[in-house]
Design a protein around this ligand. Structure first.
Ligand SMILES: Cc1cc2nc3c(=O)[nH]c(=O)nc-3n(C[C@H](O)[C@H](O)[C@H](O)COP(=O)(O)OP(=O)(O)OC[C@H]3O[C@@H](n4cnc5c(N)ncnc54)[C@H](O)[C@@H]3O)c2cc1C
Length: 386
C-alpha cells in the first residue's frame, strides 16, 4: 500500500512541504486542505521574502529566483540593498536617524535581495504554480484529525498540521513569557518626498528608541495589485512581557503611533490604514518544539523561527524546514523532525539574538551597533543572501 501525506493549511510551510515532496518524486501522494480564500487589502502575516527565502521556494518549485519573482510580481516590490540604523527621539520630539550601517549593497546583482508584497498574494502565487506539481489542493476547513484523515487517498497516511491552530490534538505549549506586537501597512510617499536614510530600491530597518521603549521597524519597496498607489511597505514591532500588566489595546495603539511617526520621519504615509493596516500579537516560542504525536507532524510549530515579524524570517524558516523534512523523509537517513530542528538551528539562534537586541537596555545595544557596524552588518546579512 503506498503512503500519503495530507496537509492542513496552504501556509508557506504547507505549500513548500508539498512542493518539495513532489519535486523529489516522493513515492506517496500529497494532498493539501485549506480554507477558502477571502480577498482583503489588509496586510496579514509576513510580506517580505528575503533572497534566501526566494531561493528555497524557487528550488522547491523547480524554477529560478528570477522566474519566481516574475511569477509573483513581475519584479515589482523588489529591492537590491539593505541598510539599518539607530534612531531616537531628539529634543522637541522629532525622530533623528543616525548614519546607516550597510547590511548589504549589491545594486548590480540581477537577483533581488528581497521582495515585499501582500502575504495572501504570495501564497496565491505559489498555489497557482502548484498546478505544475503532482499535488491535490482541496478547499476544506479542517476541524480535527478525522476530517484531515478523510482526505487521505491511502490508509498509510501522515497527517500534517501546517497551521498554528490546534487541529490534531497536540499537547498545549507552555504559556509564553513574551509576545511580539506587530503592525504593518502599505505606504505612499508624502508630499516632501522620501527622506534620508530611506533610499529608492533599498530596504531600511530603524532600531528606534521611542518614549515607550525599543521598536524595530522595516521599510522597503512594495507591490500589491490591490493597493497599486502604495510603492512602499512598513512594519513595526516590539517585544513585550506577557505578564499580568499586559494591555493588548494599549500596546497596539502605542505601536501604531510609533509606526506612523517613523514613517512620517522617513517621508512616508500609511496608505488607507482603515482598510490596509494589519496588526498582530504573537507568542514568542522558546526552545525546540515538542515531538509531534505518532502519525502526525506539527509543521506550524516545527517550522517556527521563535519570534515572528521581528527578523523577516518566518517564511525563511518555513521554507528551510519544509526542505529539510522532505529531504529526510525521502532519503530515510534521518528522523525528519530531527532534520528540521537541525536545519533551523542557525535561523532560531539569529532570531533569539534579535530578541535580545530588542529587550536589552537600548543604549549599550546602540553603542555596539555604532562601534562595530561592519561585522554586525555582515551578521544581519546572513539569511538575506543564502
Ligand atoms: C505582522 C507579521 C509580519 C511578518 N513579517 C514577516 C516577514 O516579513 N517575512 C517572513 O518571512 N515572515 C514574516 N512573518 C511570519 C510569517 O508570516 C509566518 O511565519 C508564516 O506566514 C507562517 O505563518 P502560519 O504558520 O501562521 O501560517 P499562515 O500564513 O497563517 O497560513 C495558515 C494557512 O492555513 C489555513 N488554515 C487555517 N486554519 C485552517 C483549517 N482549520 N483548515 C484548513 N486550513 C486552515 C489558512 O487559510 C492559511 O492558508 C510575519 C508575521 C506577522 C504576523
Amino acid at each position: 500500500m503506498s503512503k500519503s501525506i495530507v496537509i492542513a493549511g496552504a501556509s508557506i510551510g504547507g505549500l513548500a512541504l508539498a512542493a518539495n515532496l513532489s519535486r523529489r518524486r516522493w513515492e506517496g501522494r500529497v494532498v493539501i486542505a485549506t480554507e477558502p480564500t477571502s480577498v482583503s487589502r489588509r496586510l496579514i502575516a509576513g510580506c517580505t521574502l528575503r533572497r534566501g527565502t526566494l531561493a528555497r521556494l524557487a528550488a522547491a518549485w523547480g524554477c529560478s529566483v528570477p522566474t519566481l519573482v516574475e511569477r509573483l510580481t513581475g519584479g515589482k516590490g523588489a529591492f537590491h540593498s539593505l541598510t539599518g540604523s539607530v534612531a531616537r527621539v531628539s529634543a522637541g520630539g522629532k525622530i533623528h536617524f543616525e548614519q546607516p550601517l550597510v547590511v548589504h549593497a549589491r545594486p548590480t546583482s540581477e537577483l533581488p535581495l528581497g521582495l515585499s508584497m501582500r502575504h495572501a498574494a504570495i501564497t496565491e502565487g505559489l498555489r497557482c504554480s502548484m498546478q505544475e506539481l503532482d499535488v491535490s489542493l482541496v478547499e476544506k476547513p479542517i476541524g480535527g484529525p478525522a476530517d484531515l484523515a478523510s482526505l487521505a487517498p491511502t490508509d498509510d497516511v501522515l497527517l500534517v498540521n501546517a497551521t498554528l491552530k490546534d487541529l490534531l490534538g497536540a499537547p498545549a505549549l507552555p504559556s509564553p513569557r513574551r509576545y511580539v506586537v506587530a503592525c504593518q501597512a502599505p505606504c505612499t510617499i508624502a508630499a516632501g518626498g522620501l527622506r534620508p536614510p530611506l533610499d529608492p530600491h533599498t530596504g531600511y530597518f530603524p532600531f528606534a528608541r521611542l518614549e515607550d521603549g525599543s521598536h524595530v521597524a522595516f521599510f522597503s519597496p512594495f507591490y500589491d495589485a490591490l493597493s497599486p498607489q502604495a510603492p512602499w511597505y512598513g512594519v513595526n514591532t516590539r517585544i513585550v512581557s506577557a505578564d499580568a500588566g499586559f494591555d493588548r489595546e494599549r500596546e497596539l495603539q502605542s505601536l501604531v503611533n510609533g509606526f506612523e511617526r517613523l514613517a512620517a520621519a522617513l517621508g512616508l504615509e500609511l496608505h488607507e490604514p482603515a482598510e490596509t493596516l494589519g496588526s498582530a500579537i504573537m507568542p514568542v516560542t522558546e526552545g525546540p518544539p515538542p515531538q509531534s504525536q505518532p502519525g502526525t507532524f506539527e509543521a506550524g510549530r516545527a517550522f517556527s523561527s521563535g519570534a515572528q515579524a521581528i527578523y523577516v524570517d518566518g517564511m525563511l524558516a518555513a521554507a528551510t524546514g519544509a526542505h529539510a523534512f522532505a529531504d529526510a523523509l525521502n532519503s530515510g537517513a534521518l528522523d525528519p523532525e530531527v532534520a528540521v530542528a537541525r536545519a533551523l538551528r542557525g535561523i532560531r539562534f539569529r532570531n533569539w539574538v534579535m530578541q535580545e537586541i530588542m529587550t536589552r537596555p537600548f543604549e549599550p545595544v546602540a553603542r555596539l551597533l555604532r562601534t562595530f557596524p561592519w561585522p554586525i552588518g555582515c551578521w544581519f546579512g546572513i539569511d538575506w543572501l543564502r
